[in-house]
Write a protein that binds this ligand. Sequence first.
Ligand SMILES: NC(=O)c1ccc[n+]([C@@H]2O[C@H](COP(=O)([O-])OP(=O)(O)OC[C@H]3O[C@@H](n4cnc5c(N)ncnc54)[C@H](O)[C@@H]3O)[C@@H](O)[C@H]2O)c1
Length: 665
Amino acid sequence: MSFAEEIELGIPHDYLPELPAYDPEVNHAPVRKEILTDLEKKLALKNALRYFPEKFHAQLAPEFAEELKKYGRIYMYRYRPSYEVKARPISEYPAKSKQAAAIMLMIQNNLDHAIAQHPHELITYGGNGAVFQNWAQYRLTMQYLSQMTDEQTLHMYSGHPMGLFPSHPGAPRVIVTNGMMIPNYSKPDDWEKFNALGVTQYGQMTAGSYMYIGPQGIVHGTTITVLNACRKIDTAGTTAGKLFVTAGLGGMSGAQPKAGNIAGVVSITAEVNPKAAYKRHEQGWVDEVIEDVDAAIDAAEAHRAKGEAHSIAYLGNIVTLWERMVERNIKVDLGSDQTSLHNPWAGGYYPVDMSLEEANEMMAHQPEAFKEAIQATLRRHAAAVNALTAKGMYFFDYGNAFLLEASRAGADIMAENGIDFKYPSYVQDIMGPMCFDYGFGPFRWVCASGKPEDLEKTDRIAERVLSEIMERSPKEIQQQMADNIRWIQQAGPNKMVVGSQARILYADAEGRIAIARAFNEAIAKGEIGPVVLGRDHHDVSGTDSPYRETSNIYDGSSFTADMATHNVIGDSFRGATWVSIHNGGGVGWGEVINGGFGMYLDGSEGAKDRLEQMLLYDVNNGIARRSWARNSEAIFAIKREMERTPLLKVTLPNLASDDLINQQF
Ligand SMILES: NC(=O)c1ccc[n+]([C@@H]2O[C@H](COP(=O)([O-])OP(=O)(O)OC[C@H]3O[C@@H](n4cnc5c(N)ncnc54)[C@H](O)[C@@H]3O)[C@@H](O)[C@H]2O)c1
């Protein structure tokens, strides 16, 4: 059967596909803890079987029951497609709607073996960032997309395609929600339970919204963060000879060594999982893997002495590395962490002094003991970091909930006022005031033709457009413009494409619109094929997350989620091809609401109108909110936008004097 035929078939109704062998070479999701009662297990099975004709139930029921017992979830491995899952050129997808074909391409990219962390469990990144809960949902969704016209919209409930509903060409083709719970049911164990029942999933940010572009997405953000962190500790911003120590070589964290190299520092990244460490080495994302902690430190010191950029993966626990650095009195300049602490009890963070296998065993069978081991590790982790910051290291939380979980574990991580943490999140210090408040965020695009030469052409278009804008930019954003122009000049030579022909670039509303418009014109002239636009949810307006994206909002509203909700609704009627809104992503289930969009550009006048309307709102919604929270950079940015855009009228804050307020209480 051809690729197209298998997609059009969906879930076969006449026969059972052959059960593929469990492939131990593939990086599989950890076994999820047993959480369901016997009654609930029956419900999970009944839920799973509703995808299949009754004649197959007798054979599928014991198989799915066994998956639930063995892995804690029903993935329906039997229904994995026989073709290779990867982003193909858009023309290869069987589809009546080009927009739907673009979405298929993006879904497949998220599940590509070179991209996805646990491809057979449909997990793209972050340990639990799912595109779908099971393979039946995948097959059914691809089939619907192949059938749909531009007069229909597909509604996705946490991986489950509820169906195609009549709509109109200006409507989104797909509406995605992931993990949207009644608020009281958003604790980590609620995810375990309702995901095991097969009724919800953790979509992370760009996993369940089909907008992941491999580690390149985060390389750029991390490069900007490392560059700006160097500017914080050294006004000259010198990067040569600086040492950056961190952890995690997984889906997103795998970008850290590459970003360190691009920024020009020496880095050591600890990683406990050999599969993850060697995969990144093979892909050229880290220069070498060293298994001995002292050898790793010695190698870093040697490169540092020469002032040359170099990246080392230390194969071991981050706490072993930190503690050894304290013992050896190593001077570290920058420290951070990108283990998956948004998911501490289910494999996101591994305890020290224990093998990976022992830890996985304990996690599945002794969850309470595992939790204690994790919390003890976190206390040691924080103590070692504290010892090094006392000697001058600049440490920042990299949005993985390290400070939050360390505080919950009773680690010495709170500031003297007992409210704040000892260390800033990178958003509070760097990303918020330097990028988001001005509207700069992780804009991205994918060349749907799959041609590297199209990507190269789009790089040059973006470089030209940004250079023109920079000539008339105010001084407040000159540094951002310069960093991004340098990035796009180096992006091709740095060979960062894994999977689809994608590129990321930080740009503000003006830049995003101008770049998108120029792409649309190039498509109309036949210079390049169609382009899919999007962004990470981790952006100016997309995410409400009090310990991360909105951690530099200080008016109390950081615990509200109005901005992300407005964003996804606002984008949906301004021309997005698909929109998504998620509970959880980055910092954990129940801790964040975030959303995003995808937009298909085909060179038409309609696409031009859509991109102009939607991108303007997509960025300025967040700037307006940041400005209302009294962030001075955002007040500057929204006033500038109102001058440019007469139809935009935003409520501006009046600033009260602190003296006056302090006199009242
Ligand atoms: N700030 C941001 O922009 C940003 C971006 C991406 C991800 N994140 C956050 O960073 C975290 C990591 O994301 P990811 O996609 O790389 O997750 P991931 O699960 O793919 O990777 C984390 C890696 O950490 C390793 N690890 C766990 N515990 C360890 C330990 N004690 N010592 C050494 N290695 C250990 C794991 O083996 C895994 O490979 C997530 O919480 C994510 O939300 C933040």
